[in-house]
Design a protein around this ligand. Structure first.
Ligand code: TRP
Length: 533
């Protein structure tokens, strides 16, 4: 019979050499660096815009308290209590079912990392471009509206002109190399990187905000972002958008926060850590929103189309109209995107790497190679420049189409599904009150019985509702013949919307099955909750 009440101080073979944060600051910088990323700079603004500015931030704030904070506390506690990354942590807390969920989550994380790094690669190219062609006239791209050279700077033409070249492939490999380097010595190298990158991000953000709101008309954008719009608040899709955005922004559901928390000392205060990290993240997000909306209004820009358009086309277009230092501001904006995205990519890859170290007991270098090899291939694929859609009715290139479809499935379902399953397993199988007792033991702020209700009922019910609504929309589109995605002139490209979800779902389920069924010889079995009851 496994020992079900092992005390928390027991050192098990897998604990040795996992690494530890040098200080609480190191952890907070790393976790907030993970949370603050493309989600804050690229996706938040476009979601907020799409859902009508003021209609978005209210549901978003509710999502923070109702969903985000409790799940973050849960993910932190899971890591620290077991000193393991997500799959093995869940195995130790709730058994093999938990491990299965953990591997499914991490294999989805791999897909998300693939295209996350591609977007970062494009941002890197735009950063270099800011010093040259981005702010110069004459941009062209092999798509219907951009064949003849632009008269002034045209960020959209520049972007499409860029993604039909092979340069982004080089950029993507560079970003992967930087990520792997940052993880080469685990917490030690991560801490070194975040100590430089995270403060710089805040500094650049403050500069951009000051520039944004001092532009004539900029304040109107800020008002748009913060004026509540009642009709929008009654719209279900706004709430769906806010919940998904909150999960992504706080880096929940993909094992990241559990991995980072597994390097904390046992007496870490998770309520306090979660409050710090989530407030920093959402604070940064609103600041980014202010800067971006100020620019949008100051230059009466009208973002059309996809998620990337706001930060990749609209912001540079706004910056091009600055009265001075155009190149410097443009460079700084994309450097900000790159730094923020890099510290998030690092955390995504660390979640997977540490899980492999925990499970297979391989060296960090080997685990990194196991993640980076498929990762680089996937990133290269989502950066491939072949034109499949010359009329630009959809996304233009093969890579961007692939990215968009992958994002739709992997992002649209995995985070929320994992959050849902985590709540069920930890709330019901382990027991929310046991978990709460363990958390409260080291927390200044004592979680009350409401936490149990949240974890067992409220959060899973809300997440399930969003998942079912999304599935309903997708399936009814599929059955009505309106498959997700556009119709491309190239026949084989029309298979993408069908092939991608099958590969994603099939691949992740197989990986989860194979890993869960592989034994880890010296891993202790049984529950390892660090508390006295
Ligand atoms: N939160 C990051 C962002 O806003 C992205 C990210 C990193 C992430 N790790 C994650 C998202 C884990 C979901 C899950 O860009």
């Amino acid at each position: 019979m496994p020992d079900s009440r092992r005390h928390d101080d027991t050192v098990t073979p897998g604990d040795a050499g996992r690494g530890a944060w040098k200080s609480k600051l190191g952890f907070i910088l790393a976790a907030s660096g993970s949370a603050i990323g493309l989600g804050n700079l690229v996706f938040f603004a476009s979601n907020a815009y799409q859902f009508g500015g003021g209609a978005f931030y209210f549901p978003y704030l509710i999502a923070l308290f109702v969903l985000g904070l409790p799940v973050m506390v849960l993910e932190f506690a899971t890591g620290t209590m077991t000193r393991r990354s997500l799959p093995m942590a869940l195995r130790r807390l709730v058994g093999a079912r938990g491990e299965y969920v953990g591997w499914w989550s991490l294999s989805s994380a791999l897909f998300i990392t693939m295209y996350y790094i591609t977007i970062l690669g494009w941002a890197l190219c735009m950063m270099v471009g800011a010093l040259g062609g981005l702010f110069a006239p004459g941009a062209t791209a092999p798509f219907t509206p951009f064949e003849s050279p632009s008269e002034g700077p045209n960020a959209t033409a520049y972007f499409f002109g860029l993604i039909v070249t092979y340069w982004p492939l080089l950029a993507v490999v560079t970003v992967w190399a930087a990520t792997v380097w940052a993880l080469s010595r685990g917490t030690e190298t991560i801490e070194r990187v975040v100590r430089v990158c995270v403060p710089l991000m805040w500094l650049f953000m403050i500069v951009l905000i000051i520039r944004g709101v001092t532009l004539p008309g900029g304040v109107d954008g800020v008002l748009f972002l913060f004026t509540p719009a009642v009709d929008g608040i009654l719209d279900v899709s706004v709430w769906k958008g806010a919940f998904s955005q909150m999960f992504f922004s706080l880096s929940l559901g993909l094992g990241t926060m559990t991995a980072y928390a597994s390097y904390l000392p046992k007496n870490a205060d998770h309520v306090n850590n979660s409050l710090l990290v989530s407030f920093m993240n959402c604070g940064f997000e609103y600041l980014a929103g202010i800067a971006i909306f100020a620019m949008l209004f100051a230059f009466s820009l009208n973002p059309v189309g996809g998620t990337l358009s706001l930060s990749f086309f609209v912001i540079p277009q706004g910056i091009a109209a600055f009265p001075f230092w155009v190149k410097a501001f443009g460079f700084m904006f994309f450097l900000l995107v790159v730094l923020a995205g890099l510290t998030s990519a690092i955390s995504l890859v660390e979640g997977m790497t540490s899980a492999l170290v925990d499970k297979l007991r391989v060296s960090r270098a080997k685990a990194l190679a196991m993640v980076a090899t498929p990762g680089v291939i996937g990133s290269v694929m989502t950066a491939l420049p072949f034109v499949v859609d010359p009329d630009l009715g959809g996304n233009g290139t093969f890579g961007l189409n692939l990215l968009d479809i992958l994002d739709h499935w992997a992002f649209g379902y995995s985070l929320l599904t994992v959050g849902f399953l985590e709540c069920l397993l930890l709330g019901w199988v382990l027991g929310a009150s046991r978990l709460r007792a363990a958390i409260n033991e080291h927390s200044k702020f004592q979680l009350g019985a409401w936490f149990d209700v949240q974890i067992k009922f409220v959060v899973p019910a809300l997440l399930l509702t969003v998942i079912v609504l999304n599935l309903w929309t997708d399936l009814s589109n599929a059955f009505s013949g309106a498959a997700y995605g556009a119709t491309y002139p190239l026949a084989w490209a029309n298979w993408l919307p069908t092939v991608v979800p099958v590969v994603w779902l099939g691949g992740t389920l197989i990986v989860a099955y194979v890993f869960t069924n592989r034994p880890t010889p010296d891993e202790p079995e049984g529950v390892a909750v660090a508390t006295k009851f």
